[in-house]
Design a protein around this ligand. Structure first.
Ligand code: ADP
Length: 381
């Protein structure tokens, strides 16, 4: 079709830089964690060489069009989140380091009984840092990061999801080491067997299970009849790690749960973590001398990391709001021209109080209780 790249064209251009190089990996390895990679999502893989993508190698295989779409929408390049950007969650960082980061750094150690886990599940209320953790783990390892949300799957690849899952894992192996991050995994893989469950969605789940079994060589494939519908040979072992996240762990089907061998609870922040979150969020604004951040943190019990970011953002706007209140755009412009920094008022205690009055915690106590119960039964670090 018209979408398809002329065969060989893209590769031929890259031939003199080694036609089997993987620009995705070069990108990640070359300007990955240390260098403050800019780029961001969708930045062209070949752009670094100045060739406007001319030497960009495509994944070569069946389903080329799907692969091109995946490459555009799902491979996240230039992520640069460090462990230190994430407040608290030390236990989760330790588990991810051991389950994902170290096996990528020293694969030879993680064999036999020490084989890496097939997958890790991060669960907990929304806005607690699960996505950030996944990105930090990817930054740390400079691996190819596939950022798959179930929403993307549903909206863009309707009807093709099953094939997409297969191509996704093929690409991940091709570009290994890779990390496949599946956000909202519950909506892709909810409890099976309900009467009105669509056949298509059941097939997607089955395909995902088969693929997860295959990531480290498919060793125990035969043990599980869920894998029986595999329609190819088990893929060769390559370092592909599956990291999934959910706000609704109880909706995850048992077969998938078993494959996500480590299940790590990402709770709401405690006092120390809330204080850290305030400091991270306010690092580029002035805080008025009278503000006691510890007592603000204490007031924010029950708020998620995301809520706290919102509070800080709102509080940091209040000084400007006071300055512009009742003024016309022309007056504001004149004010602004009069003094460049005149809008950068320090954030006061009252600014925090106003923001806290406006913004309620987004997570309910019942939700927390449910997570803790699930942790008690299925948690595993
Ligand atoms: P989740 O994936 O758990 O829903 P995210 O990782 O997407 O949450 O976090 C959403 C936003 O909340 C982040 O962009 C960040 O601003 C803030 N945030 C949440 N938790 C943390 C944390 N532990 N450290 C720093 N920022 C956080």
């Amino acid at each position: 079709s018209a979408q398809r790249r002329p065969s060989g064209g893209a590769n031929a251009a890259g031939a003199n830089s080694g036609s089997y190089d993987k620009p995705w990996r070069q990108n990640m390895a070359g300007k990955g964690n240390a260098g403050g990679a800019a780029g961001g999502k969708n930045s062209g893989g070949g752009a670094a060489a100045g060739g406007a993508g001319a030497n960009k190698k495509q994944y070569i295989g069946p389903d080329q069009e799907l692969a091109t779409m995946l490459e555009r929408d799902i491979i996240d390049e230039g992520i640069n989140i460090k462990w230190d950007d994430i407040a608290g969650l030390e236990e989760a960082k330790r588990v991810l380091n051991e389950a994902l980061v170290l096996p990528m750094i020293m694969p030879d150690f993680f064999t036999g009984i020490r084989r890496p886990v097939k997958g890790v599940l991060l669960f907990g209320p929304p806005g607690t840092g699960k996505t950030m953790l996944a990105k930090a783990a990817a930054t740390e390892t400079s691996c190819t990061f596939f950022n798959v949300s179930s929403a993307t799957l549903a909206s863009k690849y309707r009807g093709e999801s099953e094939r997409m899952v297969r191509v996704l894992f093929d690409m991940a192996r091709e570009m290994a080491p890779s990390m496949i991050f599946i956000d909202e995994v519950d909506s892709l893989c909810s409890q099976r067997g309900t009467a009105n469950e669509h056949e298509a969605s059941r097939r997607v789940k089955t395909e995902l299970l088969v693929q997860i079994d295959g990531v480290h060589g498919g060793g125990d494939k035969d043990k599980d009849k869920d894998s029986a519908s595999a329609d190819g040979e088990p893929p060769a072992p390559r370092h592909v790690f599956v990291l999934a996240a959910t706000n609704f762990p109880w909706d995850i089907d048992e077969a998938l749960r078993r494959r996500l061998e480590k299940r790590v609870y990402i709770p709401l922040p405690g006092q120390a973590q809330r204080l850290q979150l305030l400091k991270i969020n306010l690092k580029d604004v002035d805080v008025a001398p009278g503000v006691n951040l510890e007592s603000v943190a204490a007031q924010l019990e029950g708020y998620s990391g995301d809520d706290i970011t919102n509070i800080c953002r709102d509080a940091a706007m209040n000084g400007m709001r006071r300055l512009v209140a009742g003024k016309t755009p022309a007056e504001i412009k004149a004010l602004r021209e009069a003094g460049k920094d005149s809008f950068k008022e320090p954030v006061t205690s009252e600014d925090f109080q106003q923001a806290i009055r406006k913004i309620n915690p987004s997570v309910s106590k019942e939700d927390i209780k449910r997570h803790e119960e699930w942790l008690g039964v299925f948690g595993s670090t």
